[in-house]
Design a protein around this ligand. Structure first.
Ligand code: G3H
Length: 192
């Protein structure tokens, strides 16, 4: 059976500063993840062919840097657009936009950042990616927390209220194997 692998980009400079959004480079630790990725993928891929998809952002392209497979960069895989909150920490958002912060907590799936997107918007944006994913053989998708949550939720049949809280840890490859009744999942963590 075919396999789908998801990975967030390696730790970025923004992750270190707890800032959301932006287009930061990988941190030194994030680069170590990028270094470790080819071996982990080879181990689980065997002799199957593979295509690697990334977003258009620096941190996913840098994470895929050492992978020697055909690549495609999709703008549709870019992280949730957080509009006016881009570059802020959650603490700053709570201080500057307390009502928004509370509304997001109430209904995280539908909350749309001012000048940005909601998880609901993302699900629509990702539709063409999911269509092509369904048609393809083995794919490794290197993307972002929110975009992976949407694709993961599609394959794992998560409800709208669960989707924005799905656990997609850093430095971990999630393997999904579609079966007759849902997907089998495995998490491969890289210790760095
Ligand atoms: O803003 C992008 C984050 O990766 C999404 O995290 O939706 O849990 O705030 P969050």
């Amino acid at each position: 059976p075919k396999r789908i692998w998801f990975s967030r980009h390696g730790e970025s400079q923004f992750n270190l500063e707890d800032k959301i959004g932006g287009d930061a480079d990988l941190s030194p630790r994030g680069q170590m993840y990028a270094d470790a990725l080819p071996e982990l993928i080879e181990k689980h891929l065997g002799d199957r062919p593979l295509t690697v998809w990334t977003s258009s952002m620096k941190r996913t392209i840098q994470t895929a840097r050492h992978l020697q497979y055909p690549k495609k960069h999709w703008k549709a895989l870019d992280e949730l657009n957080t509009g006016v909150c881009d570059g802020m920490t959650y603490q700053e958002i709570e201080e500057q936009y307390p009502e928004d912060f509370a509304r997001r907590d109430e209904d995280k799936f539908n909350y749309r950042y001012r000048g940005g997107e909601s998880y609901r918007d993302l699900v629509l944006r990702l539709e063409p990616v999911i269509m092509e994913l369904e048609r393809h053989e083995n794919i490794l998708i290197i993307a972002h927390q929110a975009t992976i949550r949407c694709m993961y939720a599609y394959f794992m049949n998560l409800e709208h209220d669960e989707l924005p809280y799905a656990r997609i840890p850093l430095h971990t490859v999630i393997e999904l194997v579609p079966r007759a009744y849902g997907c089998e999942e495995k998490f491969y963590k890289v210790n760095i």
